[in-house]
Design a protein around this ligand. Structure first.
Ligand code: KG4
Ligand code: ZN
Length: 342
């Protein structure tokens, strides 16, 4: 089955072709980062308008790259939520119109299920069951994954998501959007043991997270120390280091706890923050205690992309799941509401 994947939930337009027998045939992405950078974050209306411009050229690109034609496509998988409603509606309308014209089925994919399953596109894919850590701009969740569609929420953030905390801390340090990669880069020049930020909620039992206090810790440190202009670059790097270390330690402590609680030893990390090298290293060290393994996608499939949507949609289409032609999107959509495959 050849599936066209369409991702438009936020600030990346992603289109891909996934074949259930041959694997990923083509993947094309347009990132709107330059469009939103001057505003310091995503402007929803600009995002929607840009998705409209990009979808057809990206579709033509994946057709050319794969050597397929439109009529080879058996079904369309599109991101139905969660995300920015206007942006989601662009992808949903495109998918339904395309499917109507070709008389093929569509499936609305949950964006976070797409992220969670993205490591399945790698050479050494994870096997079920595993603990999933979803860390993106909008979500921080620990999930026990028994199989596709069987998701037990173990814990989540009570306030900012991990990626959001990176983005907000970067903004107050005067760094560019998106802040995650900027902080990670700057942290390489940061020194250990200059500042120590709290590890929120690690003293309490359970698997909930809270990241909003960390940006305040970073802001206070910046304001209390920034008097010397000539040392401000090093100061920013030291803050970036301390901030990243606090997020990484907190996520590692909770992942360890989730493995202990579930008795599992395989960990899958997904979403934009899962491309963070310090996080990957820390989690890899931690799972060695369980003789386990950490699985993650290549960096371009950690952030938003069409390939993960094509893959996740394909798994559901293969067992006969699909939607009708109504254009439906969901800004909020708990993953636990998804049906199992069987
Ligand atoms: O998964 P994603 O592309 O979009 C959402 O579904 O939200 O995640 C984007 C988030 C942003 O907050 C970005 O700052 C963060 O992922 N991110 C990173 C890194 N690369 C992207 N955070 C930390 N370190 C990185 N290397
Ligand atoms: Zn995402």
């Amino acid at each position: 089955m050849l599936v066209l994947g369409v991702e438009t939930s936020c600030d990346e337009t992603g289109v891909a072709l996934y074949d259930s027998n041959k694997g990923l045939l083509a993947d094309a992405l347009f990132s709107q980062i330059d469009l939103h950078r001057i505003y310091g974050g995503v402007v929803p209306e600009l995002a929607s308008r840009d998705h409209i411009k990009r979808l057809i050229p990206l579709l033509n690109q994946v057709l050319a790259d794969s050597g397929c034609t439109k009529t080879d496509i058996d079904a369309v998988a599109y991101t139905a939520g969660p995300g920015l409603v206007g942006a989601l509606l662009v992808g949903a309308s495109f998918a339904k119109a395309f499917a109507f014209a070709l008389d093929i089925p569509t499936i609305g994919v949950h964006h976070m299920e797409g992220h969670l399953l993205a490591p399945m596109l790698e050479k050494d894919p994870p096997r079920f069951p595993f603990v999933g850590l979803l860390v993106s701009g909008g979500h921080t969740q620990l999930i026990k994954v028994t199989e596709i569609g069987c998701y037990e929420l173990l814990g989540e953030s009570v306030d900012d998501a991990a990626g959001e905390a990176f983005d907000k801390t970067a903004k107050l340090l005067g760094l560019n959007y998106p802040g995650g990669p900027e902080i990670a880069k700057l942290a390489l020049q940061g020194r250990e043991n200059i500042f120590k930020f709290p590890r929120p909620m690690v003293d309490r039992p359970g698997l909930m997270f809270s990241f909003s206090g960390l940006k305040t810790a970073a802001l206070n440190t910046w304001q209390n120390n920034k008097c010397h202009a000539e040392t401000s670059q090093q100061l920013k790097a030291d803050i970036a280091f301390a901030f990243q270390q606090a997020v990484v330690d907190t996520l590692t402590i909770k992942c360890r706890r989730a493995l202990l609680d579930t008795g599992l030893s395989q960990l899958v990390i997904a979403g934009g923050v899962s491309s963070n090298k310090a996080l990957r290293e820390s989690l890899e060290n931690m799972v060695s205690e369980f003789q386990g393994h950490v699985y993650y996608a290549r960096p371009e499939f950690c952030t938003d992309n069409g390939a993960m949507i094509a893959y996740a949609g394909c798994q559901r289409l293969l067992v006969g799941q699909h939607n009708d032609l109504a254009i439906e999107t969901r800004a909020r959509w708990p993953m636990q509401e998804l049906p199992a495959l069987k």
